[in-house]
Design a protein around this ligand. Structure first.
Ligand code: FAD
Length: 409
């Protein structure tokens, strides 16, 4: 292990990915006096606007806020967060009902904009002394020589940099994970759902305010499919429509007689049958009639926005001796039905920073981190999946469906 001029173990680390987990983890270590460099595939979002193609806003829970507090980021993040006191259920007949998360406003969750959150975390990390290298996508790693190679997608130029150890915060499609898998068996497997999602928007009202109750997570449960909407501080809502990928045959339809469902006896909507903006309008007219007038650009949004896939990533091993370790979605991507992927990634950051800081034996720190966090992430992945399965399969029990569907976030 390299020593500095005074004979102390050098506390230096390289993080791959400046997303939510990468920026937070880098801050936590820099605040403990570590020298931290971060390499990010995309450009600096503070210069060019946020380019992330994934969910626009996220539910931030106490688990995540605890990590933000330790990084000194909570106050800045909370200035842009919108409180969600509970779930506002929109029934098919137009009735709505607010179900509080807790007794009072001390037990709430928060809606945060992914891009704004990322920018706040980058600023705080930089102030803590973290050095960022944007437009540097990890391409390959020579673990023996401890050299990482990066691609600048703007001009195709290639760069390399030495490292002591790599931390993979490069998301579900992690390149570092691929490189580690070439060195050691990670036991990787991915399971994709037969449902996908599409993001849509409710813009501000004509007077500039919110069009519907801002301090709630809105949900339109409809059996095998549903919509949710989370508020943004610029008075918009991000709506997420979850639909099956394919129609089910008639005799396999569990929700034909669902009292608050759509009542029709065809295969039910899916991304195979709802393909155009006009199809989306027809779906909303029939199943989400109170949401339709809130979304003047529904057709354009549906056609222009990508359809996102949903899956769970399992690994049996998150580390390569003292040279590399994975955290966040790179280690344990999960379906979003519990709203805990980012919160869980933030908990990883705290745990890894603590283990690294507690010992000069980096391999032992990585192993202790994995031993602590892998079972936790498995439990959260299972809960997220359970919610999805229960929502999908037990839809003949209306009360049960509502209870479970609404417990998702
Ligand atoms: P990411 O956010 O994916 O960041 C990875 C970063 O690495 C990116 O900046 C990327 O550009 C960069 N990168 C990728 N490849 C390379 C490379 N080769 N070299 C360098 N950099 C690279 N979680 C919640 O807690 N609450 C929610 O309400 C919630 N809702 C969700 C809704 C949806 C529809 C989805 C899909 C997810 C949701 N999640 C939610 C989960 C959450 O989005 C993730 O868990 C979280 O983003 C994980 O953070 P991360 O930093 O590990 O990965």
């Amino acid at each position: 292990m390299p020593l500095d001029d005074l004979g102390r173990v050098e506390r230096r680390i390289t993080v791959i990915g400046a997303g939510l987990a990468g920026a937070l983890f880098a801050t936590l270590l820099a605040r403990r006096g570590w020298e931290v460099e971060v390499f990010e595939k995309r450009g600096d979002p503070r210069l060019r606007g946020y380019e992330g193609g994934r969910s626009i806003n996220l539910a931030l829970a106490e688990r995540g806020r605890h990590a933000l507090r330790l990084a000194g980021a909570d106050e800045a993040v909370m200035t842009q967060a919108v409180m969600m006191r509970g779930r506002m259920v929109h029934f098919s007949d137009g009735r709505t009902s607010l179900q509080r998360y807790g007794r009072d406003d001390s037990e709430v969750i928060w809606s945060v904009h992914r891009g704004e959150l990322n920018i706040v975390l980058l600023d705080i990390a930089e102030r803590a002394g973290v050095r960022f290298h944007f437009n540097r996508g990890l391409e390959s790693v020579d673990f023996d020589a401890r050299i990482a190679r990066y691609l600048d997608e703007r001009d195709g130029s290639r760069h390399q940099a030495a490292f002591e150890a790599l931390v993979g915060a490069d998301g579900a499609g992690s390149t570092l994970r691929q490189a580690m898998a070439a060195e050691t068996a990670l036991g990787e497997r991915s399971e994709f759902l037969d449902h996908s999602y599409k993001e849509l928007e409710i813009p501000p009202a004509a007077d500039g305010g919110f069009r519907i109750e801002p301090n709630a997570l809105h949900i339109w449960p409809r059996g095998r499919y549903m919509c949710i909407a989370l508020p943004n501080d610029e008075r918009t809502f991000t709506v997420t429509l979850f639909l099956p990928n394919n129609d089910l045959p008639n005799n396999d339809l569990p929700n034909d007689d669902l009292p608050d469902g759509d009542g029709h006896r065809d295969g039910g909507p899916s991304f195979a049958s709802v393909r155009s903006g006009a199809d989306a309008r027809a779906l909303f007219e029939r199943d989400f009639p109170d949401a339709l007038p809130l979304m003047p650009a529904l057709e354009e949004d549906f056609q222009n926005n990508p359809t996102g896939v949903l899956g769970t990533l399992y690994l049996d091993c998150w580390q390569l001796d003292d040279r590399a370790v994975l955290l966040g979605d790179a280690a344990h991507a999960m379906v979003p039905f519990h709203g805990q992927g980012m919160n869980c990634a933030f908990e990883d950051c705290v745990a890894l920073a603590e283990h690294l800081d507690a010992t000069a034996d980096r391999a032992a720190a990585f192993a202790a981190f994995e031993a602590e966090r892998l079972p936790n992430s498995r439990a959260i992945q299972a809960m997220a999946l359970e919610n999805y399965l229960e929502m999908r399969d037990r839809v003949d029990d209306d009360d049960y469906l509502l209870q479970r569907a609404l417990e998702q976030k």
